[in-house]
Design a protein. Structure first.
Length: 201
């Protein structure tokens, strides 16, 4: 079957956009390419997007016994040269598939309270929209780590470029969009806490 020039161009455009969302790995491994779901959303394979679990993370924040932050390396897609240079020059730790500088950052009491307040609002996140974003795909600028009163570990990875969040806990995960107010509040605190020479959006 032959396709018209216009149809071919549309297919190429869709492939490029899906590749950007899926990450460059889709070029090396076609099975990694993410396709739209029944609602037309681009949802990464295995992502949990049910926001009903948000209170689990908020309750864990309320009973936290401390907080520390990790700063992410540059975006490996949109900042490839800087990413490779930083990766070569620094020790790193990998969390949920992403590299971070290993030195933890302890926020001040005021900054910690601001981060908790931003994430504790009922509408702190919105259900993952799957909107195509030309930012190179989700890449955490920071990870917020804490333990609840029982000692269970929790983590929130924040992407400034996508304005998205990934939450990880002992039994639940969540991938969601950040509400505009939440994004602004988190960014206002986090962007000034970085210890490395990495430009933040």
């Amino acid at each position: 079957m032959r396709l018209s020039v216009a149809a071919s161009a549309r297919l190429i455009t869709v492939f490029v956009l899906l590749t950007v969302v899926s990450g460059c790995s889709a070029l090396k491994n076609p099975s990694a390419l993410v396709l739209p779901d029944q609602q037309g959303r681009i949802v990464p394979k295995g992502a949990q997007i049910n926001t009903d679990v948000l209170p689990v993370f908020q309750n864990a924040l309320a009973s936290r016994t401390g907080m520390r932050l990790l700063e992410g390396l540059p975006n490996e897609n949109s900042e490839a040269k800087l990413y490779q240079a930083e990766k070569k020059a620094n020790k790193t730790v990998k969390r949920a598939g992403f590299l971070f500088y290993p030195a933890p950052i302890t926020p001040s009491p005021a900054d910690e309270q601001a981060l908790v307040a931003a994430l504790s609002q009922p509408g702190a996140v919105a259900e993952f929209s799957g909107a195509m974003k030309m930012c190179g795909g989700f890449h955490p600028d920071f990870a917020i780590l804490w333990n609840d009163a029982s000692g269970a570990a929790y983590e929130a990875q924040i992407c400034f470029g996508c304005e998205e969040i990934k939450l990880f806990g002992p039994q639940n995960e969540l991938y969601a969009d950040l509400a505009p107010e939440t994004f602004s509040a988190l960014r206002e605190v986090l962007r000034y806490l970085g210890k490395n020479a990495v430009p933040r959006p």
